[in-house]
Ligand binder design. Structure first.
Ligand code: ADP
Ligand code: MG
Length: 371
């Protein structure tokens, strides 16, 4: 008898889903991005038991049309991309059509949705683990979509145990991610809450539909966060260096919409005299073209420059790198948070020089009122 056999479809779906939804962070990231893609101006994220029991994301976006109910959670079904060519001109966060189908396979999952034209009448959608629509029911629902993810990883005992063991750290990471979305999303109200078993519902933080990132930062971190903040507005002109891959450099130079190789670093940073008296990396937010992402090398470079002016403290950083979409690749990891910058060496060098110049020009005396 043959010992090599095909894995059944259900197991394949579960294994692949586990690569898209790897932790609490990926659940929240996918759902918040779906809400932003749906044009929401208000997003509420409600955790129960730090997310172990339930994660709910409610938005006031455009809702899901009845003719899409059957396919909304099917794998590789998306309203945002129809061919590979569309990838280069993508303006939405999502494009793979994998998040909802993966959540069906890994949690107890359902959706409530209503469009503006449906009045206050919405639908509850229930799904099979495969993502196929199991049933619908009429419910009262305001315009928008609420996604419920209960008992994440309930059918993967090892993952579930791991999640339970690390829940404090995972929950902390998720709140950090939500800080990033809330600060960068101008015009979108965020409200984040958590309810522990038998406890009261606690507001974690909330923002209003502010018109500036600065107002968002005040809502998230308090007015004290603004103390001594310096506007970041660096214009970097990049020359490829020996450290950068010439192949990638060429790709960028020839494919860039205007052939330019400029990067702008926009946002806010603490003046060197006003850093935080601890390793405050929870107050360092990085974005590429407004997408929250991990940029460990950029973070290291900024912290290094800062340390050369203030050895004892760490800065608050809100840095959005605005650059040609051919200058990086977001498609390297399923969570799209790991970004490959093609000309990283040149970028880091230029950024360090420019930041040093900014700090050199900054008034380093502590105002009397702050002493
Ligand atoms: P993707 O975002 O890559 O398209 P998802 O699995 O995250 O894939 O979502 C599948 C589809 O479901 C989306 O393309 C969109 O049409 C619809 N959808 C998901 N979430 C929402 C939402 N909050 N509001 C409206 N439509 C949504
Ligand atoms: Mg999505």
């Amino acid at each position: 008898m043959a010992t090599i056999k095909a894995i059944d479809g259900r197991s394949v779906h579960q294994i692949q889903s586990g690569q898209v939804i790897v932790d609490l962070n990926s659940v929240v990231k996918e759902l918040v991005e779906n809400s932003l893609d749906a044009g929401a101006t208000s997003i509420e994220v409600r955790f129960k038991n730090n997310g172990l029991d339930c994660i709910e994301v409610q938005d006031n976006g455009k809702g899901i049309a009845p003719h899409d109910f059957a396919t909304v959670a099917l794998k590789h079904h998306t309203s945002k991309l129809s061919s590979y060519d569309d990838l280069t001109s993508l303006e939405t966060f999502g494009f793979r059509g994998e998040a909802l189908s993966s959540l069906c396979a890994l949690s107890k999952f359902h959706i409530l949705t209503a469009r503006a034209e449906d009045g206050a009448v919405g639908k509850r959608l229930d799904f099979e683990p495969s993502g196929a629509l199991k049933g619908t029911a009429v419910v009262a629902s305001p315009k928008g979509t609420t996604v419920y993810v209960e008992e994440l990883f309930h059918n993967l005992p090892v993952r579930r145990k791991e999640l339970e063991k690390n829940i404090k750290r995972e929950y902390g990471k998720v709140i950090g991610l939500l800080h990033a979305y809330a600060c960068i999303s101008v015009g979108v109200r965020f409200a984040v809450s958590n309810q522990m078993p038998k406890g009261k519902k606690m507001t974690v933080f909330s923002t209003k539909s502010n018109t500036t990132t600065k107002e968002n930062i005040v809502n998230v971190f308090g007015t004290k966060a603004l103390l001594g903040l310096l506007k970041l507005d660096l214009h970097l002109e990049l020359e490829p260096t020996s450290g950068s891959s010439t192949q990638n450099a060429r790709k960028w130079a020839t494919h860039g919409s205007d052939g330019s190789k400029t990067v702008q670093v926009q946002g806010h940073i603490s003046k060197p005299i006003f850093g935080e008296g601890r390793q405050a990396t929870d107050r360092q937010l990085f974005f590429v073209n407004s997408r929250p992402c991990f940029l460990p090398q950029v973070s290291k470079a900024i912290n290094e420059v800062y340390k050369s002016f203030n050895v004892t403290q760490s800065p608050f950083i809100f840095a959005n790198l605005v650059m040609d979409t051919n200058a990086y690749d977001v498609n390297v990891s399923p969570d799209k948070r790991t970004i490959l910058l093609h000309d990283q060496t040149a970028l880091l060098e230029s950024m360090k020089a420019s930041l040093t110049e900014l700090f050199d020009k900054t008034d380093h005396t502590v105002p009397q009122s702050q002493l």
